[in-house]
Design a protein around this ligand. Structure first.
Ligand code: FAD
Length: 476
């Protein structure tokens, strides 16, 4: 069994550590932030200093796929999260288009709704309970390496792939058979690699992104507003998320383009923010709760970025892998980060089962291939969604329609899903990355129904404010 260092003790790193420890590996987690999470939900939310997770107090909801994977592979984690107050939420149930009762199989749309701080607090407790050592206040500053084994990659027999043999921290160094970077969206991996002479991996980032303007509330009676509500509305140049969470809390989040200066100036102001939320039909009652965040929480630059550690022919480095956001971040508007991260950890676990660490080049090659096959398409599809949505927002701001055949089909499917429960199931299954969803979308009857709606899509945007109404409300 291998000695493994996992960098980063947030959910991604802790899930990875748990999965690898279950297989008997000796896992140590190193975390830059000093404070462990309080075990109770309220202090974890209001008093836990956690600069390492910038998005801790931002709107979060894991996909249903995350819950499926977690129940199958980390059942203790799900049980403890539920016991701590995470709410089982069926993502079909609140949708206005959903006409019940639920049918057999609808439970695959369940997920766990909770503030991210609760998920973190429980994951820490479960990891420590499993005997995983978490070294806090330990900032990784770089990598230890050796020239690595000779390989015959790309036909160039005798080439060496540099081998990472451990990490350097402010407290000294540590050696490992494998280093797993789970340091998230702000991972310093490119500069660590440069320092050991490995060319910086290509950063395939989308240049533009979204900004979240969010607030969490607590309802007076501990219940959600009872009207049906779509969890996500993408309308014109603004989007709205309404996401239930634990202990009677929920979040309301406006989404704009990061380069939309008019919104950026206005939406940090609570009056303007509330006025913009009210423009979405049915959103009024969501403002009745007691705020539990300190004003509007803003996070900008939310986009897609991927860092492959494998060029077209061979791995850039062995003894090191990047998992979750350290490998690829996706725009949070589609909520895929936690599900992709857990799936990625499982791919690593399986690659380790098949190859072990005795053959480090084979291990990273196998993992890179599994990543490409298992998550590459999801990443590309998410990045395409971001590009289309940003273009649609631009067009709406300029007062012109955005026309693109792929986007029109996606919009026609969304329109159908607002009218028909089975189409809603198919559309949500794809959005939640559920197995079999792609095949369901290709079913001829559904594909024909989508095609028939294409002429209508321009006239049937989800309900929301026009640009003129929006500017009047937030600037008034
Ligand atoms: C605004 C926003 C909203 C989101 N909403 C959703 C959602 O609804 N659903 C969803 O599934 N996903 C969502 N995501 C994505 C999700 O937050 C990420 O996918 C997830 O946080 C990845 O977890 P992680 O553990 O890989 O990284 P992170 O959560 O970023 O954690 C990184 C960890 O590494 C530590 N660290 C950093 N540098 C070092 C270092 N040098 N040495 C040691 N430790 C270090 C940090 O302190 C931290 O603990 C959202 C993201 C954002 C930004």
């Amino acid at each position: 069994m291998a000695r493994i260092i996992v960098l980063g003790a947030a959910l991604g790193g802790l899930q990875t550590a748990l999965l690898l420890a279950q297989d008997g590996h000796q896992v140590t987690v190193l975390e830059r932030d000093p404070q462990p999470p309080p075990s109770d939900a309220e202090p974890a939310w209001s008093r836990w200093p956690r600069p390492g997770i910038a998005q801790l107090r931002q709107t979060h909801l894991p996909l249903a796929r995350w819950l499926q994977l977690a129940e199958a592979h980390l059942p203790d984690l799900v049980r403890e999260m539920t016991a701590a107050g995470a709410v089982r939420l069926n993502v079909l149930a609140p949708e206005p288009a959903f006409r019940g009762p639920p049918t057999a199989g609808d439970e695959r749309f369940d997920t766990l709704a909770a503030r991210r701080s609760l998920l973190e607090s429980v994951a820490t407790r479960v990891a420590e309970g499993a005997g995983i050592r978490i070294g806090r206040d330990t900032v990784c500053r770089g990598l230890r390496s050796s020239p690595g084994p000779r390989t015959s990659y790309g036909g160039a027999s005798g080439d060496r792939v540099p081998l990472v043999t451990g990490v350097e921290t402010e407290a000294g160094g540590a050696t490992a058979d494998l280093v797993v970077d789970c340091t998230g969206r702000r991972s310093q991996l490119p500069s660590w690699l440069r320092d050991i002479g490995v060319p910086c991996p290509v950063d395939e980032s989308g240049r533009r992104g979204f900004t979240y303007y969010s607030q969490y509330f607590r309802s007076a009676d501990g219940a959600m507003p009872t009207d049906r509500f779509p969890l996500v509305v993408e309308h014109g140049s603004l989007g709205l998320l309404r996401i239930p969470a634990d202990h009677g809390t929920y979040s309301v989040c406006l989404i704009g383009r990061s380069d939309d200066r008019q919104l950026r100036r206005a939406l940090r102001n609570e009056r303007a923010w509330s006025a913009a939320v009210r423009l979405f039909p049915g959103a009024d009652s969501w403002l009745d709760g007691q705020p539990v965040t300190d004003g509007i929480q803003i996070m900008a630059g939310l986009t897609d970025r991927k860092r492959p550690l494998y060029d077209s022919q061979r791995p850039l480095v062995a003894g090191l892998v990047a998992v979750g956001d350290a490998w690829a971040i996706t725009t949070p508007t589609v909520g895929r980060g936690l599900a992709m991260s857990l799936q990625h950890s499982l791919l690593l676990r399986d690659a380790l089962r098949q190859t072990g660490t005795a053959h480090p080049v084979e291990l990273v090659t196998r993992f890179a291939e599994a990543t490409r096959d298992g998550l590459g398409r999801i990443y590309e599809q998410t990045a395409a969604h971001t590009r289309h949505r940003l273009a649609e927002m631009d067009a709406h701001t300029a007062g012109i329609p955005y026309r693109n055949p792929d986007w029109s089909r996606a919009k026609a499917l969304a329109l159908l899903a607002r009218r028909d429960t089975d189409a809603l199931r198919a559309e949500r299954a794809a959005a939640h990355l559920l197995p079999g969803a792609r095949e369901a979308l290709r079913a001829p009857a559904l594909a024909d129904a989508v095609t028939r709606l294409l002429p209508e899509v321009e006239q049937h945007m989800p309900p929301g404010p026009s640009r003129a109404d929006l500017l009047k409300a937030i600037e008034g």
